[in-house]
Design a protein around this ligand. Structure first.
Ligand SMILES: C[S@@+](CC[C@H](N)C(=O)[O-])C[C@H]1O[C@@H](n2cnc3c(N)ncnc32)[C@H](O)[C@@H]1O
Length: 211
């Protein structure tokens, strides 16, 4: 794909993102975001912030809020939303695998449906661990490979076409196991992502502590 075509595709993806998620937001995801982000205090870093669907749920009294996003189409919408809503956040166009921040420079990191999409999730987890201070928390909402064998088999079969359709999102990723290797995982809360296709319905929310 040429650079121009890939940029155009990125803007199309960003334009359809909020409408694609709208039903799921109404059927529970907005509430998961609200409950999770009530736990964000101090210096906060969000990875893969997308179009900024988490912005309404951040406390306006944070010491620092940095929103990172590597995709040009998403980042443009994010920057506009930050400006429109006067959020006082910094937007940095970067991938989670290479965070341009000092060690231990954040109290909280946030990942909502991002670890499914990053090309190198081990590198992203290592970077999140590096930039969090000891005792800092990664707050996450992530969809998962299903515990149910039948659904897991469908996720394996359809992982490649789903990724092609959904901008690289892997529906078969074992994200809790990934976090467990780098952090002390608090017991996650399991949900169904209602209003979304079954492939991405198994969901977990919670915190992973940087030790
Ligand atoms: C499903 S969207 C989630 C967006 C947002 N976090 C939300 O909750 O609506 C996945 C996001 O991950 C971003 N992403 C893709 N590759 C990434 C990477 N290597 N590092 C960080 N974010 C990435 C995408 O650009 C997209 O914004």
């Amino acid at each position: 794909m040429t650079r121009a075509l890939s940029l155009a595709w990125s803007h199309v993806g960003a334009a359809i993102y909020d409408p694609f998620l709208a039903l799921g937001e109404r059927r529970g995801m907005a509430e998961h975001r609200r409950a999770l982000l009530a736990r964000a205090h101090g210096r906060v870093l969000e990875i893969g912030a997308g179009t900024g669907l988490n912005l309404p749920y951040y406390d306006r009294g944070l010491d620092r809020l940095v929103l990172t996003e590597p995709d040009a189409g998403m980042a443009r919408r994010l920057e506009r939303r930050v400006e429109r809503d006067k959020v006082g956040a910094e937007v940095v166009r970067t991938a989670a695998e290479e965070l341009p921040f000092a060690d231990a420079s954040f109290d909280v990191a946030v990942s909502t449906m991002v670890l499914c999409t990053v090309p190198d999730p081990e590198a992203a987890a290592a970077e999140l661990r590096r930039v969090l201070r000891p005792g800092g928390r990664l707050l996450y909402v992530e969809h998962l490979r299903a515990d149910d064998d039948r659904l897991a088999r469908w996720q394996d079969r359809l992982a490649a076409p789903w990724a092609a359709l959904a901008a690289g999102c892997r529906c078969d990723r074992r994200t809790l196991e990934l976090l467990d290797r780098s952090f002390a995982l608090e017991p996650p809360t399991r949900h169904a992502w209602r209003g979304m296709p079954p492939l991405v319905r198994p969901l977990a929310t919670g915190a992973a502590v940087r030790i």
